[in-house]
Write a new protein. Structure first.
Length: 703
């Protein structure tokens, strides 16, 4: 799962602390290094090293270097004597398949020194700090001393060289904390959140990122300052510290108001206390009601910067609305008054920007009763909102609406509530009216990738054909959806190739651009040797035995840059994501029955198409000598492709009988939620090889 050892490697220079371009690129103060691999053969191997600015076609460096019998470390800017500044492209070309290309923004000789190693939150913002920008070479910094007040998180600095001048953003180091549920995206913030003991008892991580901190201890501190419990946190990587919230639960329940703090030791040996989270017995309020267009908080907590996130239950496609609490009340926008039930979640706001709220709240949110529904000028959305409010029938002709998917995604999957089940059933019927239109709408929706493919399975659309009577359509903005749709068009385009040559050429160009050369080979031949790589193999098991920090370091070193959907780096990246989810899969997705059903499915595929069966079982051969009974997660790659092939065989009408059960589908949907990139990649592979099995080569030169 790493690059060929015969390929060159690229190592960035030293990053300038806190300095980035205005669009967020890291600024490096020293030059990068490229290592050319040793040449073990007798034939000379020549490497071409070229450098240019990204906004120029002219190469500033264009040299050829012969490989030697040992690795060579080179400076790609070696022929440039002056300090370099700007955004550069570095190309290193050699034998076929060993080229590398990198981009880097350099400001050579620039360094930053600050008056404190990091800033802590204080009332109104962050501690004041002074930063000084130093230039070792000939780059000019007109105003090197920069003072940051409490309300300043970053400031702009100008660095120039002759006629070249760049405005860059300098952000002195500051502490960030998070208290997130395991498996959810990290929400880093500067202000410490407020939790109840019940929330501590959930599967959460209390984490701190403190630049320059070498060691830390987490402590539960009583309101009077007494230390109630101390914990040595894990350090998944340098300057990051985390501990499970549950270790503090029992003591916190007895303590009443308390807080979790970190005692952080910086590089100078100084110890600083940092508040990570406040704990209070009650929630931030007892209930929320509506009064005269305002949300009214009952018994709000005595906390600064209280705010509330609001979701419209009758328009779940709308993003959460974040509003400030003033004297226990929140003024609702006119559109939310009389817009049906609302869900509200109170939180302590971050002065440096409200943390991104979830797409939908958890069970801790208050349900605020209101009549009506979310009115919308678009008739389709208005009818859908009215239906969700129980005030009208399911809208007709809504299959093209991404909002249908948004509504379906947010209905509890395991709810036994009759109304919820009726809503799910009605929305499912809408989507099954036209599988292709439903897939395209899913691609246009804002649903996260891990929910997208899971919903495709739960609705049964993964077993449907995406072919359409008319193939003349806009190429989809979502590459995966676009490739699935365009592959479905290939039989029709092939049959009419003499009349739709331009449309067909655009489709093939799109598939090659978004899917890559491996996809085109699979469509042409029904297989590709490249697909045997970038999946779980016996070497993957070695990573399972390593410390997490070591695994992360190795993955970072590999520097995979995903490209087209079936490029090797993209497939390896999806395998890495699946590897990270292996424990969750073992706990919540895998079962002996699921494993047995997968084996039965393989037999069905073997009887249906032997060639496809051999492509799948190549993944099994990669697991030779692996104890898959003990390490059932190692079967993820094999099972994912097996299920994908079965689904697309059924979609193409190539199965005589259906071996799956509803429970089996639920296991696959869980796999898709935990390993979305793997499942999506394998569905695309399956669509390509099944299409070839059904129709032959539809993209060849003579087609």
């Amino acid at each position: 799962m790493v690059r060929d050892a015969a390929a060159p490697t690229y190592e960035h220079g030293e990053a300038v602390e806190g300095l980035k371009t205005l669009n967020g690129l890291t600024v490096y103060g020293t030059r990068p290094e490229v290592v050319l691999p040793a040449n073990p053969g007798r034939m000379d191997v020549a490497w071409q090293v070229r450098v240019r600015r990204t906004n120029s076609e002219q190469w500033l460096v264009d040299t050829n270097i012969l490989g030697e019998d040992e690795d060579i470390a080179i400076d790609p800017f070696a022929t440039i004597d002056d300090a370099v500044i700007g955004l550069f492209e570095i190309h290193v070309s050699g034998p076929v398949g060993t080229d590398i290309r990198q981009q880097a923004f350099l400001a050579e000789g620039i360094s930053v020194e600050s008056s404190r190693p990091f800033r802590q939150p204080v009332a109104g913002g962050l501690e004041p700090v002074v930063s000084t920008v130093h230039s070792e070479w000939d780059l000019e910094v007109p105003y090197p001393r920069i003072e940051y007040g409490i309300a300043d998180r970053d400031k702009l600095v100008t660095i120039s060289q002759g006629a070249l001048s760049y405005r860059l953003r300098l952000t002195p180091n500051y502490v960030q904390v998070r208290v997130d549920s395991v498996g959810t995206p990290a929400q880093w913030r500067t202000a410490a959140p407020v939790l109840t003991p019940d929330e501590l008892d959930q599967d959460r991580q209390i984490a701190m990122h403190a630049p320059g901190v070498e060691a830390a201890v987490f402590q539960l501190e009583a309101a009077d300052g007494r230390i109630l419990k101390d914990v040595t946190p894990d350090t998944p990587r340098y300057e990051y510290f985390q501990a499970p919230s549950r270790v503090f639960v029992d003591v916190a329940r007895r303590a009443g108001r308390c807080r979790v703090v970190a005692l952080a030791d910086d590089e100078t040996g100084k110890t600083t206390k940092i508040v990570l989270t406040h704990v209070r017995p009650a929630a931030l309020c007892l209930d929320i009601t509506v009064d005269d267009g305002d949300l009214v908080l009952m018994s709000p907590a005595d906390e600064e910067d209280l705010a509330v996130n609001i979701w419209a239950a009758t328009a779940p496609w709308l993003p959460a609305l974040s509003l400030t609490v003033t004297d226990g009340r929140v003024k609702l926008p006119d559109t939310y008054i009389g817009a049906g039930a609302l869900l509200a979640q109170v939180f302590v706001d971050d002065p440096w920007g409200t943390p991104t709220p979830p797409s939908w709240p958890d069970d801790s949110a208050f349900s605020v009763a209101q009549a009506g529904w979310m009115h919308d000028e678009a008739r389709g959305r208005d009818n859908l909102s009215r239906f969700l409010a129980g005030a009208g029938p399911a809208p007709a002709g809504a299959v093209n609406m991404p909002e249908v998917w948004a509504a379906l995604a947010l209905l509890p999957q395991d709810s036994e509530d009759t109304h919820t089940q009726q809503l799910r059933s009605a929305l499912g019927r809408i989507l099954n009216e036209n599988s292709r239109a439903a897939l395209e709408a899913l691609g246009h929706s804002t649903i996260p990738k891990n929910q997208m493919v899971s919903l495709l399975i739960r609705t049964g659309l993964v077993y449907r054909s995406f072919a359409a009577d008319s193939t003349l359509n806009e190429l989809h903005a979502n590459p995966w959806v676009g490739c699935m749709v365009e592959i479905a068009d290939l039989p029709s385009l092939y049959a009419r190739r003499e009349y739709v040559s331009q449309e067909r050429a655009q489709t093939l160009d799109y598939l090659e651009d978004k899917g890559g050369a491996v996809l085109m080979e699979a469509l042409r031949k029904g297989k590709s040797n490249d697909l045997y790589w970038g999946v779980f193999d016996k070497g993957t098991l070695l990573f399972d035995k390593m410390p997490e920090t070591q695994v992360e370091a190795m993955i970072e070193y590999a520097r995979l840059v995903p490209g087209a959907l079936l490029d090797e780096d993209t497939r390896v990246s999806s395998a890495i994501d699946a590897f990270h989810s292996r424990q969750q899969w073992t706990k919540s997705g895998w079962s002996p029955a699921f494993g047995s059903a997968t084996l039965r499915t393989l037999e069905v595929i073997k009887r249906t198409r032997g060639q496809i069966y051999r492509e799948i079982t190549a993944r099994s051969e990669n697991l030779h000598s692996v104890d898959t009974t003990m390490h059932s997660w190692m079967l993820l790659s094999l099972q994912s492709l097996t299920l994908a092939v079965l689904a697309r065989l059924r979609a193409h009408g190539m199965l005589r009988h259906e071996p799956l059960t509803a429970d089996f589908d639920e296991g696959w949907a869980t796999m898709a939620r935990l390993c979305p990139a793997l499942v999506m990649t394998d569905l695309l592979i399956a669509e390509a090889i099944v299409t070839h099995a059904r129709h032959g080569d539809l993209i060849g030169e003579l087609a």
